[in-house]
Design a binder for this molecule. Structure first.
Ligand code: NAD
Length: 308
């Protein structure tokens, strides 16, 4: 079987073209401010990539390096500054509950990452709009959204089925259940109708909307399943294991599987090309593009009171 290898850069391209066109049509400068308060070199690297991508689409990007005890006041000041349209913070800063507090300090209409309570609540409860308004779509966190756009690019969504059920019949395994990527992604894909096995280091959970999608939102069920049982029945396998030693056991994969890796490390050996119909080795460029897409959306909500 011929495997199609699709890079994140290729998938991001059409979104970047569309963003560049839309940014040109906006009268004012659209500005994103990011706060680096943790001395993390990989966050600095991510900021550099975001800066380049913003430069390409015409968005003004500013990185502000500050001490972590100044972060809360700096975020509040950015909320009140009308020249700033989006706020990004590189986490972890304090870790745990205080980071969540900072996430909730960001004005939801400037929250390009979609990490404040309103957007998380909407995502987990399968509420797709803000304030019940059809012209204000809720914001989805950038990396899970990037994976969704990757799957759309791979024609996984069935457009003949009503919106919200378009992953009906698909079985997906996600190897990662972090609160920033794996768990929200499992919820989003299950809310769209997929049966999702969410794998982490300890166990495997099933996220799904019931046998005939009778539930309005996903539910989670404990399983005693092992990776050896869920991989052979999965149409799509998405990985995010942050370890250079980890590899998905290829012999367990279905022939023709769609394989997507969002980890910085390589989770699939090159032989994946003999097993998969589609392989997406990295998605970083899609994520930085989704960040800008969220920014433009929020800019329009604040400026025009709607998305147009
Ligand atoms: P994390 O450390 O918070 O979570 C890792 C997850 O993987 C946990 O659920 C853990 O249980 C699971 N895991 C680890 N080893 C495992 C194993 N052997 N078997 C099964 N599950 C295992 O990390 P994170 O923040 O989710 O980031 C994960 C990776 O994704 C990192 O490499 C990070 O750099 C990358 N990332 C990429 C993007 C992007 O846009 N491309 C965005 C965010 C994170």
């Amino acid at each position: 079987m011929e495997c199609q290898v699709i890079t994140g850069a290729r998938i991001a391209e059409k979104f970047l073209d569309e963003l560049t066109r839309q940014i040109k049509d906006v009268d004012a400068q659209v500005k994103l401010v990011s706060f680096l308060a943790n001395n993390d070199p990989s966050a600095e690297q991510y900021a550099e990539v975001t800066k380049k991508s913003c430069a390409r689409s015409g968005i003004v990007f500013e990185l502000r390096k500050i001490g972590r005890e100044e972060l809360e006041d700096a975020v509040i000041a950015a909320n009140d500054d009308d020249t700033i349209h989006g706020i990004l913070v590189y986490y972890p800063v304090f870790g745990g509950g205080h980071d969540q507090y900072i996430q909730n300090c960001v004005n939801p209409f400037k929250d390009v990452e979609g990490l404040c309570h309103l957007y998380r609540f909407n995502m987990y409860r399968n509420i797709r709009h803000i304030q019940g308004r059809k012209d204000l779509k809720s914001i989805i966190p950038c990396t899970p959204l990037a994976v969704i756009k990757v799957l759309e690019h791979c024609n996984v969504y069935d457009n003949d089925v009503p919106y919200g059920n378009q992953l009906r019949g698909k079985t997906i395994t996600i190897i990662n259940r972090s609160e920033v990527v794996g768990r929200p992604l499992a919820a989003l894909l299950a809310n769209d109708g997929a049966k999702v096995y969410s794998v982490d280091i300890n166990d495997i959970l099933l996220f799904y909307r019931g046998p005939d999608l009778e539930l309005n939102k996903y539910k989670v069920q404990d399983t005693d399943k092992k990776l050896e049982e869920v991989l052979p029945i999965s149409d799509i396998v998405i990985t995010g294991v942050p370890s250079s030693n980890y590899r998905v056991p290829l012999d367990l994969l279905k022939d023709g599987v769609i394989a997507v890796n969002f980890a910085c490390a390589k989770n699939f050996d090159d032989e994946i090309k003999t097993k998969a119909s589609i392989f997406v080795p990295t998605i970083g460029k899609v994520t930085t593009t989704m960040l800008q897409r969220n920014l433009l959306r929020l800019y329009k909500y604040r400026t025009y009171g709607r998305y147009s």
